[in-house]
Ligand binder design. Structure first.
Ligand code: CA
Length: 221
């Protein structure tokens, strides 16, 4: 299991990370909310251990950010604050489990394994490109967090592009993949589909590279 540990207490962070590694976990340690938020949003983890009181950005807001980005990784919240209010806040923000400090590492490991088992089989397969995201397991796109309605052919084109986001996908490759089961589609129909996609997701997002192909642009500006 690959774990993201967000903990600003250096001694505790080190102790947990070392112990987890001994138990066979791979661990990335972030020592402030900002780094934790960034790592959890850009890397793939099987679970995260998140302290609530953190410098730069507090744990609750980190958690909210991940959930807003549709990061489904199980999150175990750690906190010294054992009052009911912070618990409720943590769960509302999308925590899966909760441990109050001082933490017994054995218990932490037990709970992590339980979270891992619960989430097994629902591997995060979200690919993001600016405000556009693609769940490759469900085969569904969303734009600004809202489901995007696409026809079967539009879905094929856009998924080809997002799987190679940022680079030019050659027309021939795209054509082959999109029409593999159709047979006999005329080459103009690819332009038609791209045109319809542009209307749905924004014209600037699909760049035409003359004579070559198309590129999905992830910069939202
Ligand atoms: Ca702390």
């Amino acid at each position: 299991m690959k774990i993201l540990l967000v903990e600003d207490d250096p001694a505790l962070g080190k102790a947990i990370a070392e112990r987890l590694r001994k138990e066979g976990f791979a661990v990335d340690l972030a020592v402030n909310g900002e780094d934790g938020s960034h790592l959890g949003a850009s890397e793939i983890y099987d679970a995260a251990i998140l302290d609530l009181g953190l410098p730069k950005q507090d744990g609750i807001s980190v958690l909210r950010e991940w959930r807003k980005l549709k990061r489904t990784l199980p999150v175990l919240v750690l906190t010294a604050r054992d009052d009911w209010t912070s618990k409720v806040e943590g769960f509302k923000a999308g925590a899966d489990d909760y441990l109050v400090k001082p933490v017994r590492i054995e218990e932490l490991i037990m709970r992590l394994r339980a979270l891992g088992r619960r989430s097994a089989g629902q591997v995060t397969t979200l690919i993001e490109c600016g405000s556009l995201s693609f769940d490759s397991q469900l085969g569904a796109f969303s734009l600004d967090g809202l489901p995007l309605k696409l026809t079967a052919l539009e879905l094929r084109v856009l998924s080809c592009l997002i799987l190679r986001k940022g680079v030019i996908v050659r027309r021939e490759d795209l054509f082959e993949r999109v029409y593999e089961s159709e047979g006999g589609a005329d080459s103009n129909s690819l332009e038609v589909i791209v045109g319809r996609l542009r209307r749905k997701i924004g014209a600037k997002r699909i760049e035409t590279s003359r004579g070559l192909g198309y590129r999905l642009v992830c910069d939202d500006k």
